[in-house]
Design a protein around this ligand. Sequence first.
Ligand SMILES: Nc1ncnc2c1ncn2[C@@H]1O[C@H](COP(=O)(O)OP(=O)(O)OP(=O)(O)O)[C@@H](O)[C@H]1O
Ligand SMILES: [Mg+2]
Length: 249
Amino acid sequence: MTQGLQLDNLTYSVDGRTILQDVDLFVAKGVNRTILGASGVGKTTILKLMLGLLKPDSGEVSIDGEKIGHLSEGKLIQLRSRIAIVFQGGALFDSMTVGENVGYRLLEEGRPEREVERVVREKLSFVGLEDTINRYPAQLSGGMKKRAAIARALACEPDYIFFDEPTTGLDPIGVYNICNVIRLLQAEGKTILMVTHDLETAFNVSDRFSFIHKARMIFEGTREEMLASDHPAIREFLEPTDESLFTKL
Ligand SMILES: Nc1ncnc2c1ncn2[C@@H]1O[C@H](COP(=O)(O)OP(=O)(O)OP(=O)(O)O)[C@@H](O)[C@H]1O
Ligand SMILES: [Mg+2]
């Protein structure tokens, strides 16, 4: 069985508009891959397709070699429990404390309170937030909220972790902390799929890169290969110029 996440020839459209066309992607177990691309190009959509939250028009999504298209809802939920996603906005529940945010899913699963508290403390300590366990999200900075959202994603011990724009909107220290956490997770053997338009963060944490442009995956490779690419869209992304800005307008 192939260990990893795979998209095979995936096409997805909304209201007759093609968002993704014939997209192939493989995220091998243990790898840290980033999908890069301009805003609105379909990066978040790929993560939702991967989780089975959206259905493709054609093509297949496989998790550890298992095609998810024909699975029952129950089996899909079971497979999905191996994957955690840290959403673009963080999306903590404002009415719950940080600790409750991190632990609620485990409590819902009926795990004993003592055990849940142990996991919550361990995950908060992993992201450097053990002191915030009784605070409310409104009392945290933007970077702390993102780290709390990561702790919540880690509570169910996923094999795969998706990050959607984890560093967007953070100051340099916030970015540094998040990059550190992502690298630590990879060192622990987690498989990471990140989508972002933040090139610096991507180069900082990932081994492999994919690039989407006009609904297609036009590049897959290492940082060096991407830097050497002569595709005009990649060149523009790497080195935006006034000229490219004006041609877009
Ligand atoms: N529910 C929806 N209904 C209609 N169009 C949608 C819907 N969701 C997404 N889209 C469109 O699909 C395209 C891809 O959206 P997506 O959110 O995947 O982009 P993205 O690359 O994640 O963008 P960003 O970098 O801004 O987060 C966009 O053009 C968006 O307008
Ligand atoms: Mg997005």
